[in-house]
Structures are given as structure tokens and as C-alpha cells.
Design a protein. Structure first.
Length: 117
């Protein structure tokens, strides 16, 4: 059974960078659509970026040009490089692995990102 775990969160100043990692276990991530979601206090969880198994990517408008999602298949890891961070990026970030053929929809425990102004 696939499980994912996030790491790399922390505190950054506005304009700074962080890189989040989503490591898979129990299966290889290249067969899954991998998404990054975030949830800020008192707000609903929202999608931030996605790397589809077919190779395409998607980004939320507000992070385009600042965030980059990438795969490291050898390491069974998907990264989210976050540059030019803004205070409104502050949230708990979650990794999600989805495969509709196997009905898999797995979230990790989340990692906190805090951006100070």
C-alpha cells in the first residue's frame, strides 16, 4: 500500500525559498499523479501544483513562476521548489498521490511552511 511523507517545511522570510519533498513507500510514485495541497488557518485545503503521471504539470495561478514541481524517480520523491515566498504562502502543505485505476488517494501528514514579512 502506497504511503507518502512530506518534509522540508520550516520558516522563511518573504522572498526566500524552501524545498518540500514527498517521499513514497510501498509503491513507485511514477505511476501516480502527485499533487501538493495546502491549508491555511481558517481556510479550505487548496491545490497548489500537480505532476501528472503522463508528464504534464499544473500550477495554481498565484504560484506560477514561483513554485516548481519535479520528480526524482530514482529516489521515489517529488519535490516542490518554492521561491520568492510570500506571507500568504503560509500553510500546512500536504502531498497527495492519486491513481484512479487502483482507487488510490493517499495524503501525507503535512509539513508546516511559515513565511514572515
Amino acid at each position: 500500500q502506497l504511503m507518502v511523507k512530506e518534509s522540508g517545511g520550516g520558516l522563511a522570510h518573504a522572498g526566500g525559498s524552501l524545498r518540500l519533498a514527498c517521499v513514497g513507500s510501498g509503491d513507485t510514485l511514477d505511476a501516480y499523479d502527485i499533487g501538493w495541497f495546502r491549508q491555511a488557518p481558517r481556510k479550505e485545503r487548496e491545490g497548489v501544483a500537480c505532476a501528472r503521471s503522463g508528464g504534464t504539470t499544473w500550477y495554481k495561478d498565484s504560484v506560477k513562476g514561483r513554485f516548481t514541481i519535479s520528480r526524482d524517480n530514482a529516489g521515489n520523491t517529488v519535490f516542490l521548489q518554492m521561491d520568492n515566498l510570500k506571507p500568504e504562502d503560509t500553510a500546512v502543505y500536504y502531498c497527495n498521490a492519486r491513481n484512479t485505476q487502483t482507487a488510490t488517494n493517499a495524503f501525507g501528514q503535512g509539513t508546516q511552511v511559515t513565511v514572515s514579512s
